[in-house]
Design a protein around this ligand. Structure first.
Ligand code: 2IT
Length: 446
């Protein structure tokens, strides 16, 4: 039987060596749910946590493809099927050189709780490859996607596992992946989400993660009598999530003054809106150009090699990748009077950064709650595919907004019930955990 949380975590580390991000994600959840488990011996008896940290299935495969020079390239592909207690595995595919099994296990683990929070019937999964789409031609990306799907297709399906996009996987890649799946299976089904509008996609899916994060942030701010009106906001990316987040913040009366990438950040004190936002919206998703182009074009400051957390702001929103906001960044945000940190990316804040926000009474929303609008709208895409109809933009937006309000309410309620009022990290982990844990209990030891 379990001794204590520390011993449990040591076991996870010993069993999953060289997967620090996975350890970090498990640590965060275990810390929050341990008091719940201690109160409910049935979870301990059924070894729910031990089962949750063990993926139901890990698929790892070779992805050979031929580049434009006629040379053979070999990448590694993965799909982590983490938990199917409440629905088919669901989660994105990441194409990025940093991808490895540990990163995808952390993402699949997070996804399980995130998907649970959406209230929709989706289990947790994640996949991807160490392939880097940057600097590749469209044809190279197509050949890679076809090679990747030539193996993945046998493991997924609309009632089994439904991948989507993540970093490095957008509409272009989903198109190539879908085409190859359809060819191999001879079936037109909702096996992927984030599809094009003409072939089964949902209106609002591109906007959903950014808009959803803004809706969640607005709910959080309201608990302190605050809103976006006149607020200065910093973000760290400029892709799908960041650009639509900026659009919604502008609508709500706020001003986003930074964007960035791994090479640095642009600081535009006047705020990114109007024509500047139109330019930014296409910068990555169409032209695949670096963030510095924005600074060059609009003659604003470009700060190389740094993250934007040193810029004074009311609200900071990491929109890029894991561990992009560390303790020194958190200290700078605190010193500059930041009131609220909302994670649009997955696990972007380190544990010591989050601890500092809690200690200083700064609102902090974990990604598994705040950025759940993306996968929630993927869930709505699945519903529309099953019914073979398409909802209007207003219909999808209304549902997305309702889901984000619900998630916020669930986090607040769970945090209060378990004695940590206002702690969104604990609230999200507990609320997400309970639904999955109860489903696992109901379904027996499988
Ligand atoms: O991190 C995420 O929630 C996603 N990449 C979206 C996953 C999905 O299935 O839409």
């Amino acid at each position: 039987m379990l001794q204590n949380a520390g011993a449990f975590l040591e076991g996870v580390i010993a069993r999953n060596p060289a997967e620090p991000e996975f350890h970090q994600a498990v640590h965060e959840v275990v810390e929050s749910v341990w008091p719940v488990i201690e109160k409910r011996p049935e979870y301990r008896k059924a070894r729910i946590l031990e089962r949750m940290v063990e993926p139901e299935r890990v698929v790892s495969f070779r992805v050979p493809w031929v580049d434009d020079k006629g040379e053979v390239q070999v990448n590694r592909g993965f799909r982590i099927e983490m938990n199917s207690a409440i629905g088919p595995y669901k989660g994105g595919l990441r194409f990025h050189p940093s991808v490895n099994q540990g990163i995808l296990k952390f993402l699949a683990f997070e996804q399980t709780f995130k998907n649970s929070l959406t209230t929709l019937p989706m289990g947790g999964g994640k996949g991807g490859s160490d392939f880097d789409p940057r600097g590749k031609s469209d044809l190279e990306v197509m050949r890679f996607c076809q090679a990747f799907m030539s193996e993945l297709f046998r493991h997924i399906g609309p009632n089994t596992d439904v991948p989507a996009g993540d970093i490095g996987v957008g509409g272009r890649e989903i198109g190539y992946l879908f085409g190859q799946y359809k060819k191999l299976k001879n079936e037109f089904t909702g096996v992927l989400t984030g599809k094009g509008l003409n072939w089964g996609g949902s209106l609002m899916r591109p906007e959903a993660t950014g808009y959803g994060t803004a809706y969640f942030a607005a709910e959080m701010l309201a608990t302190r009598g605050l809103d976006f009106q006149g607020k200065t906001v910093t973000i760290s990316g400029y892709g799908n999530v960041g650009t639509f987040f900026i659009q919604k913040v502008n609508e709500l009366g706020g001003k986003v003054v930074t964007i960035g990438d791994e090479y640095g950040y642009a600081h535009d004190p006047a705020g990114i809106s109007g024509e500047k936002l139109d330019f930014l919206m296409k910068l990555w998703t169409v032209h695949r150009r670096p963030a510095k182009d924005y600074a060059d074009k609009y003659r604003v400051e470009w700060i190389p090699g740094k993250r934007p957390w040193e810029v004074p702001c009311d609200i900071a929103v990491p929109t890029a990748c894991e561990n992009e906001l560390r303790k020194p960044d958190a200290e700078a945000l605190v010193a500059n009077g930041c009131k609220c940190v909302v994670e649009a990316a997955n696990m972007p804040c380190t544990a010591d950064a989050i601890a500092l926000f809690h200690a200083k009474g700064i609102l902090h929303a974990p990604g598994k709650a705040a950025n759940a609008g993306g996968v929630a709208t993927s869930g709505l895409e699945m519903s529309q595919n099953s019914m073979r109809i398409g909802w209007s933009r207003e219909e999808v937006d209304k549902r997305l907004h309702g889901i984000m309000k619900n998630i916020h309410g669930a986090c607040v309620a769970a945090a209060a019930e378990f004695g940590v009022p206002g702690n969104y990290d604990a609230g999200a982990n507990i609320a997400g955990f309970l639904k999955v844990a109860d489903a696992m209990l109901d379904q027996g030891v499988v």
